[in-house]
Design a protein around this ligand. Structure first.
Ligand code: FES
Length: 169
């Protein structure tokens, strides 16, 4: 396939705004190493798709980055930051790993469950909040902690959780 044909195919995969974001990352690597941009590219596609990745998006990305689709799936399924099913407007990822567990994450989780009426892996009926259990997020000194969007919330207490939930639109 000629380079022109490849370019034409790629231009049909995503809208111009997404391609612009992807190309910014692809440009950071050698011309034959576009696949090196797969992690930020998946973040871009996930953000543009309401917080989760479809198989079709991952297949298109594989073509866009000239890499096997299986390699895109491998990355997307390895990291907990990627979602392969629809999530709520807000995804709350709570660490239950050792430091957080020793500092009370179980109580924090129970408080979330009581307030929201959902368990890990579930989304509130109004589609507003998804609760997710995650392994260590590298903020052990602030245990127990959670991630909401791009922000970490540390040294959690029930009061902090209440304030956080009350502030979500
Ligand atoms: S154990 Fe929870 S952030 Fe490290």
């Amino acid at each position: 396939m000629s380079q022109l044909q490849q370019k034409t195919i790629k231009e049909q995969l995503f809208n111009a705004g997404i391609r612009q974001q992807l190309d910014k990352w692809v440009a950071k690597y050698p011309i034959d190493q576009a696949q090196s941009a797969v992690i930020p590219a998946l973040h871009i596609l996930q953000a543009e798709n309401g917080g989760w990745l479809t198989k079709a998006l991952m297949n298109d990305l594989a073509v866009y980055l000239d890499m096997p689709a299986i390699s895109v799936y491998e990355v997307a399924t390895f990291y907990s930051m990627y979602e392969l099913e629809a999530v709520g407007k807000h995804k709350i990822s709570i660490c239950t790993n050792i430091s957080c567990m020793l500092n009370g994450s179980e109580e924090i989780v129970k408080h979330f469950e009581n307030r929201l009426g959902i368990k890990f892996g579930q989304t509130t009926a109004d589609g507003k909040i998804t609760l997710k259990e995650v392994e260590c997020l590298g903020a052990c000194c602030g245990a127990p902690m959670l991630q909401l969007g791009r922000e970490y919330h540390e040294n959690l207490t029930k009061e902090k959780v209440d304030n956080l939930l009350d502030g979500l639109e």
